[in-house]
Design a protein around this ligand. Structure first.
Ligand code: UGA
Length: 435
């Protein structure tokens, strides 16, 4: 099939290349010239495991082209909208500017029978509002939320755990779902679960899923707060409750909490939209989820102060990790970078290391000092904070690191290190939610 993809960020770029890998002819469009140039030359414009390989795989087929010209979508029969919906500067609601521009930009290039597929995360009601414009061009709008995780974007796109379509009532909806079935013929043939529903449900599925994940993380972090005051160990608690299959161990890793370009802004946008709909009370608990999440960052700063005898000013603090999670160079709402910045503001001499995210982090928090060499970053440290659980850091040899630092204090913000190994090597070990 001939497909267009508008918006080539983490979602759109991986989606475009994956669709080409599935055998479709794909044209990708983005306003960012540097991003388009990078993709056109077969280079990933961001760090995402497996994406470079995917680009070189599809590069040889000639099935993927990228451009800044929206008119290039003409002739494609299916048009994916993959642009961002960040938090608005003036409140919690989602900024829909890019989605609205993408759809109105597509409309003049649509042919009757085309299918426009929204993948961006939007407040419930958005698809119904945009459908009229698309229908006026003789096309049909489908909402097909995306569930990919950064760090696993290629796998999640090619082998998703479910495919959800929100379609309009009637013949047009049935036909559009059939067209999308052709696009996803390969994953569907693997027996992937499929839910075909209305627009509102499809939009809600996405924010409900992200809200659930955020709630699960904040739940275990609330238990971490209790463990801290009661003398418990949240990692053992998570293991124990996780054995109950109804609860499950996944997303019960206590620590610095959630960040990134999705969970934080999605729960806020959900609260804002529910308020507009007069149902704010139904998701008011998400405010508490957000608060618990932020409190963990304060606690990390507080703990660092405690370890450094109540005074961080002038102390060398090495922060390991700037990305919001491992296997990503994304620093949007990164808990690690936030803690580093707070410590810097409190007067600590902060040095940040990250295997992939230093360039993005420097743009976001230019006042901090960055060190790409781990050995140099550790040398002379009064405290070492592990704030993003890169494998690299989990594999650190505490004896080797101990010879480099000025004081052997480690703070494990992700409960990622083997406590006993570090203690045996002579370090003091502090972590969130553990004695
Ligand atoms: C999230 C969802 O997991 C995806 O399903 C969704 O498609 C995506 O948002 C989106 O809306 O586009 P992502 O933001 O890539 O994906 O990251 P997650 O893997 O969900 O992690 C989010 C944050 O939670 C990270 O900061 C991570 O460190 C933190 N986390 C995760 C914990 O603190 N504890 C855990 O147990 C798990």
């Amino acid at each position: 099939m001939w497909i267009s993809v508008v918006g080539l960020g983490y979602l759109g770029a991986v989606h475009a290349a994956s669709m080409a890998a599935l055998g479709h002819r794909v044209v990708g469009v983005d306003v960012d010239e540097a991003r388009v140039e990078s993709l056109a030359s077969g280079r990933a414009p961001f760090f995402e495991p497996g994406f470079d390989e995917l680009l070189s795989q599809v590069g040889g087929t000639g099935r993927l082209s990228v451009t800044t010209e929206t008119a290039a979508v003409e002739g494609a029969g299916v048009h994916f909208v993959c642009v961002g919906t960040p938090q608005r500067a003036d409140g919690y609601a989602a900024d829909l500017t890019y989605v609205e521009l993408a759809v109105s930009g597509l409309v003049p290039h649509l042919a009757p029978g085309d299918v426009v597929v929204g993948k961006s995360t939007v407040p419930v009601g958005t698809a119904a509002r945009l459908a009229a414009q698309v229908e006026a061009a003789g096309a049909t709008l489908v909402w097909n939320p995306e569930f990919l995780r950064e760090g696993f974007a290629v796998k999640d796109t090619l082998h998703p755990d479910r495919i959800v379509y929100g379609v309009p009532d009637g013949e047009a909806g049935v036909r559009a779902a059939g067209v999308l079935d052709e696009v996803y013929a390969t994953p569907l043939s693997e027996g992937i679960a499929q839910v075909v529903t209305d627009y509102a449900t499809a939009e809600l599925v996405k924010v409900a899923a992200n809200s659930f994940l955020a709630t699960k993380i904040s739940f275990i972090n609330a238990m971490a707060e209790l463990c801290e005051v009661a003398g418990g160990d949240v990692t053992r608690l998570a293991d124990a409750i996780g054995f109950d299959e109804r609860i499950g161990r996944k997303f019960l890793n206590a620590g610095l909490g959630f960040g990134g370009g999705c969970l934080p802004k999605d729960i806020r946008a959900f609260m804002a939209r529910a308020d507009e709909l007069g149902a704010g009370e139904a998701v008011a608990f998400l405010g508490e989820v957000d608060e618990i999440n932020t409190r963990r960052r304060h606690r990390m700063v507080e703990l660092t102060g405690q370890v450094l005898d109540g005074e961080v000013t002038g102390k060398r603090v090495t922060v390991l990790g700037a990305a919001f999670k491992p296997n990503s160079d994304d620093v949007r709402d990164s808990p690690a970078l936030d803690v580093a910045a707070r410590l810097g503001e409190a007067g600590a001499d902060v040095v940040v290391h990250d295997p992939q995210a230093i360039d993005n982090a420097r743009r976001k928090a230019p006042a901090l000092r960055y060190e790409p060499d781990l050995e140099t970053a550790l040398t002379g440290a009064d405290a070492v904070l592990v704030l993003t659980e890169w494998q690299h850091y989990k594999d650190l040899d505490p004896h080797w690191a101990g010879d480099l630092v000025a004081q052997a204090h480690v703070l494990d913000g992700r409960n990622a290190l083997d406590r006993d190994t570090w203690l045996t090597a002579g370090w003091t070990y502090r972590a969130l939610g553990r004695r």
